[in-house]
Design a protein. Structure first.
Length: 476
């Protein structure tokens, strides 16, 4: 018997391919698998603390990959129980070179199986680079792990999710990808047409993307030609989820991170020679003997949503390590750094730009970037930048955070103190408990985005508003 039902609907068409229809989010369960459903997408599929798939969604790309046409939903019904769910979608994508109408039916069952079936057609002739289902595998969870693929004849080929950013396809012409991690067996496939998989860290995303184009005669999309895809994800060997999962987030300060220091934040005017990371990675021989290498960075190239912007911050570390693998000596410079360069019409929630900027500075420092420059900024984000300019060269300290939460944290050692930064990466309030603090430590807390507003702490407990950034000074 269904325990919960919700319906989200939006009317009208978007005026541009860069303006998505945003819907509410909901946490769903398919047996041991927990996920977030939003905007017609399945996000953050986890078994316990382990992310097994980052995202599953249906994508419509413009000709020459000029843009992704985000859907407007005319129907969205979610029926959810404790261990299974069913979703029905009806959507339209309207772009400059192609329009596409589609329906989707998604089911998740108690045995850990998820089916995502899409049927669609174009209301008029158009051109598109690709239309079809996509599966993102998170690099933070899977880089370095082995997998195997099966082609349409069942032929098995071994593979590995690369640790350094691959300049070429990771796998191609496969119908099923499967892997085992922590005793969890994960299999994902489509029968109708084959996948290819690329390393999206080339473009600033922290994922490996398996894409499966419907069998149209690209770039031409014929009016009225109806096609169907059905993706099946199965999970075996997973322990049942706990009956009462804890919502507490624990943060602990650890030891200094060897070689990691706050990067030098400078002016974007100094980055006129910056190129793209794919240009560097695909032409490595040109940069081996360079004295300095500069490249641009954004975390929202392919999709515009707020989750995507925040989840991709770690990709800069892989980009820097990849460059160091073939050019170990140059000065590394990243900029201009932009949150919305690919989606200029997107309106972000209050505070997100500041939280994103603090998280970006953490990752730039972990990547041992020498110089960085932020291009666009809100006043709150600009205050974050100004605070870190005063900490240039200070060593970073390891901070552990409960896995699978929306909290990010890092610390910086200064003379006699450790400054702990706690970042809420989500649009909902979050509670944090600080553990293993020095005996008798008297914390001083502040909000860098609103420096004149006092902050009251209750012992070792911190309550963060959506996209809040806290700065806590811990005496050493």
């Amino acid at each position: 018997m269904w325990m919960a039902s919700s319906v989200f609907a939006t009317d009208g068409n978007t005026e541009s391919a860069t303006v998505p229809s945003v819907t509410a989010s909901q946490i769903l369960h398919a047996g041991p698998v927990t996920l977030k459903f939003q905007d017609g997408q399945l996000r953050y599929l986890r078994v316990g603390d382990r992310e097994i798939v980052r995202r599953i969604y249906f994508g419509v790309r413009e000709a020459k990959f000029a843009a992704t046409d985000m859907p407007t939903f005319s129907a969205m019904r979610v029926d959810a129980a404790e261990d299974h769910f069913a979703i029905h979608l009806a959507a339209s994508c309207r772009g400059k070179t192609v329009s596409y109408n589609w329906t989707g039916d998604i089911t998740g069952s108690a045995d850990g199986k998820i089916d995502f079936r899409v049927t669609g057609s174009a209301p008029s002739d158009g051109t598109s680079a690709r239309i079809g289902l996509c599966v993102l595998y998170g690099t933070d969870s899977l880089a370095g792990e082995k997998f195997e693929t099966l082609d349409h004849q069942g032929q098995v080929s071994p593979g590995q999710f690369p640790e350094l950013v691959s300049p070429t396809l990771i796998a191609k012409n496969f119908h099923v990808l499967r892997y085992t991690v922590d005793g969890i067996h994960v299999s994902c496939g489509i029968a109708e047409s084959p996948f290819e998989m690329e390393d999206q860290r080339n473009w600033g995303d922290s994922s490996f993307k398996a894409y499966n184009p419907m069998q149209y005669g690209y770039p031409k999309i014929e009016k009225g030609k109806t096609l169907t895809q059905t993706l099946t994800l199965s999970v075996e060997g997973a322990a049942p989820p706990p009956t009462a999962p804890s919502n507490a987030t624990i943060v602990r300060i650890g030891s200094p991170i060897p070689g990691a220091r706050v990067c030098d934040i400078t002016s974007p005017d100094r980055f006129s020679e910056a190129t793209s990371f794919p240009n560097i990675n695909q032409h490595r021989e040109r940069f081996t003997d360079a004295t300095a290498i500069a490249w641009k960075w954004t975390t929202a190239t392919h999709l515009p949503d707020d989750d995507m912007a925040m989840e991709n911050l770690s990709a800069i570390v892989a980009q820097a390590r990849t460059i160091r693998s073939f050019a170990p000596r140059p000065l590394l410079r990243v900029g201009p750094i932009s949150l919305n360069s690919s989606w200029p019409s997107i309106v972000r929630p209050p505070g997100l730009a500041a939280a994103w900027t603090a998280g970006a500075i953490k990752q730039l420092s972990l990547a041992n970037i020498d110089e960085a420059a932020f291009l666009d900024s809100t006043p709150e984000a600009a205050r974050i930048v100004e605070v870190f300019k005063k900490l240039t060269g200070k060593p970073l300290v390891e901070v552990s955070v409960t896995p699978g939460t929306d909290i990010d944290a890092f610390a910086v050692n200064d003379i006699g103190t450790t400054t702990l930064w706690v970042i809420n990466r989500s649009g909902a309030p979050r509670d944090v408990t600080l553990e293993d603090l020095p005996p008798g430590a008297a914390l001083r807390a502040s909000r860098p985005t609103v420096p004149d507003e006092p902050v009251a702490l209750q012992g070792d407990h911190v309550a963060l508003s959506p996209y809040e950034v806290y700065q806590l000074v811990v005496p050493r």
